[in-house]
Design a protein around this ligand. Structure first.
Ligand code: NAP
Length: 245
């Protein structure tokens, strides 16, 4: 098995790569020239590092990137800077997901599992999820004013509506954390089909390390994959008190 991780230099992506190394899984990562990696990842014999920008790869490079990878994970996200939020590429995540899907389909000889790190800000209409009037208004404003939110929604929509549940080549799961926090250690967490609290008015917390743990479970435990394939699982840190999360 070889796993491709996009966004591997990011706050969550690097934790995913750490977990894959721990599980002794061969991993290929695509990082920008400017990206900084830990020496642990840099020096791991299990990790193949490809340098480049996902938006700038030609078809040959894209084919080589996914070649031999049966699992593709995207932890891509816009840098929290003015340029990252409002500059190009506006559709970093959507464009990457769409292109990966097209490339996989054109190489139609293998099945691929695609895991997208999304957000509880994405409402899955096919799971019957709805928003209150207040949430609808705020999500509409966010979609209008915040290009990264629009991008995340468009990327998730692509998997749900364009790839769908009956695709014979691409299986997918969209992992939706609530507000991301950084914790050093994994902690108990819960996974739900749909948000159980308002992402806008009562958001929970999800530590990136728990997201990386769940993503690695999807990679390594077939039963977990079967449970969540073609779904949009929501991950929350487990806590009795909000202040503990
Ligand atoms: N903040 C929250 O509370 C929250 C909640 C739920 C979901 N999310 C979503 O979760 C995802 C991951 O979050 P995170 O905090 O782990 O992300 P992050 O630390 O910002 O990492 C983003 C990754 O994407 C890469 N990237 C950014 N711009 C790029 C570009 N133009 N071309 C190629 N690669 C690019 C970064 O590479 P460099 O290292 O080179 O910059 C980095 O590897 C995001 O989509 C975010 O929207 C966030």
């Amino acid at each position: 098995m070889r796993v491709l991780v996009l966004g591997a230099s990011g706050a969550t992506g690097k934790l995913v790569v750490d977990q894959l190394i721990k599980k002794q899984i061969n991993t290929r990562i695509l990082i920008r020239n400017s990206a900084v990696l830990s020496s642990h990842i840099n020096q791991s014999p299990l990790v193949e590092i490809i340098k480049g920008n996902i938006n700038e790869l030609d078809d040959f490079e894209m084919n080589n990137l996914i070649n031999d990878c049966t699992i593709i994970i995207s932890c891509l996200g816009h840098n929290v800077t003015l340029k990252g939020m409002f500059g190009n590429p506006r559709y970093l995540v959507f464009d990457a997901i769409k292109r990966i899907c097209e490339t996989v389909k054109n190489n139609a000889n293998k099945k691929v599992k695609l895991i997208l790190m999304g957000t509880t800000g994405y409402t899955n209409p096919l799971s019957g999820e709805t928003n209150s009037m207040g949430e609808k208004i705020i999500f509409s404003v966010l979609k209008l004013l915040l290009p990264p939110h629009r991008d995340n929604v468009k990327a998730a929509d692509h998997l749900i509506t364009e790839i769908g549940k009956k695709n014979e080549i691409i299986e997918w799961a969209i992992v939706r954390p609530d507000s991301l926090v950084n914790h050093e250690e994994e902690s108990p967490y819960e996974v739900y089909d749909s948000p159980v609290r308002s992402p806008i008015f009562n958001a929970g917390k999800t530590s990136r390390i728990n997201v990386s743990h769940f993503i690695t479970e999807l990679v390594t435990v077939e039963e977990t994959w079967i449970d969540w394939q073609c779904k949009t699982p929501v991950v929350y840190n487990k806590s009795l008190k909000d202040s503990d999360t």
